[in-house]
Design a protein around this ligand. Structure first.
Ligand code: PLP
Length: 369
């Protein structure tokens, strides 16, 4: 029997074989027409996935680098910003803002909940001098989906820009950058885009670009003006992670072939299947507004959450994610984005059921002896 190895984590996600294959191609030099053709194709393709007519800039780094880039490129020391914190990744916005000594108004809700557009509207009324609102589309630590479309509407009537971390949600939950009026979208490579970690992306609206012209926070590696200038020649200012760019072209081709709308509906179906299967096992979803990107499940009473995850991973070859930070041991998370299939999820659920039963019978033995 081949050893099972099913990855159901919300990043990295499984990489399709045809994508892995192009990553084995011999390396070539990047200051060449060959690279510019490749990068031009990729940069155009990303626009269709971000649903924007704006340029999409590519940085070498993990998702957090593009989050930091969307702070330092658009703001000045002391600027007031509003951070929407519905979990660990929302808190990262507040942390980055604080580190750059911005005046951050942090709106925090209990884990599992979302932040309503009304709350954002109220905060903007109370802080009319806010330069930016930072939010998270899918809060990967809790599985909650924020109503980005409605929040974008609330922000668009103010001078503030709306910055959205769609690192996990891109190519999983529906996202319409231009139509919804989002000013900045950031994403990463290792989630819905189905390639390994190492690339991160940022797209900015005209409203954001105006702010960029006067933004005084220091920046060098992620300075957008350099990326903008290079992108005119389908190029990057610094050495690109070209193996990952090759992989990305292949993954974008796959998404284009299926169609982004289809990717969203397929992911929604997988999410639905997972949520129903979880309920059938008598388990509870953690979020009241669950994303299609991933499902967070409450660890049932009497079960050690971390142990459940490690047994499934180390003994049964199914990797789900545990809880992060204050959620450790309280939830486990199942991704259904990217190259994850119905069959993967079916096996994952079966293994979950089996492991829960084993742990329960062990637990009751202990009590009765
Ligand atoms: C994965 C993720 C990130 C973090 O990205 P890194 O690639 O680890 O830097 C940020 N935000 C959200 C919502 C994520 O899911």
């Amino acid at each position: 029997m081949t050893k099972r190895n099913i990855l159901l984590t919300p990043g990295p996600t499984p990489v399709p074989p045809q994508v892995l294959q192009v990553m084995a191609e011999p390396i070539f030099h990047h200051r060449t027409p060959r690279y510019r053709k490749l990068f031009g194709e990729v940069s155009e393709g990303l626009k269709g996935i971000f649903r924007t007519a704006q340029s999409v800039y590519t940085f070498t780094g993990s998702g957090t680098l593009a989050m930091e880039a969307s702070v330092v490129n658009f703001l000045s020391p002391g600027d007031k910003v509003i951070a929407l914190e519905a979990g660990k990744f929302g808190e990262r916005w507040g942390e980055i803002a604080a580190r750059y000594q911005l005046n951050a108004v942090r709106i925090k809700v209990p884990y599992g909940e979302t932040i309503s557009p009304d709350e954002v509207g109220k905060a903007l009324k109370q802080n009319p001098d806010a330069k930016a609102v930072f939010g998270t589309h899918c809060e990967t630590s809790t599985g909650a989906l924020l109503d980005i479309q409605a929040i974008a509407k609330a922000v668009s009537n103010t001078p503030a820009i709306f910055v959205v971390d769609a690192i996990s949600a891109l190519a999983a939950d529906r996202l319409e950058m231009d139509v919804w009026g989002i000013d900045i979208v950031v994403s990463g490579s290792q989630k819905g885009l189905m390639i390994p970690p190492g690339l991160t992306f940022l797209a900015a609206s005209e409203k954001a670009k105006v702010l960029n012209k006067t933004a005084k926070l220091p920046r060098y590696y992620v300075d957008l003006t350099q990326y903008e200038k290079s992108l005119k020649d389908s190029d990057t200012p610094f050495t690109p992670a070209l193996t990952l760019v090759l992989a990305l072209r292949e993954a974008i081709h796959m998404i284009q072939k299926e169609g982004i709308e289809k990717v969203w509906t397929r992911t929604a179906e997988l999410a639905n299947y997972t949520r129903e299967a979880i309920k059938k096992l008598g388990l509870e979803l953690f979020s009241k507004r669950p994303a299609n990107t991933l499902t967070a499940v409450k660890v049932p009473a009497g079960i050690e959450g971390e142990k459940l995850v490690s047994i499934m991973r180390d003994e049964k070859g199914v990797t789900m994610a545990g809880g992060q930070g204050e959620m450790k041991g309280k939830v486990f998370r199942i991704a259904h984005m990217g190259f994850i299939t119905h069959a993967d999820l079916e096996t994952g659920i079966a293994v979950l059921k089996e492991t829960l039963n084993e742990l329960k019978s062990k637990g009751s033995n202990k009590v009765s002896v």
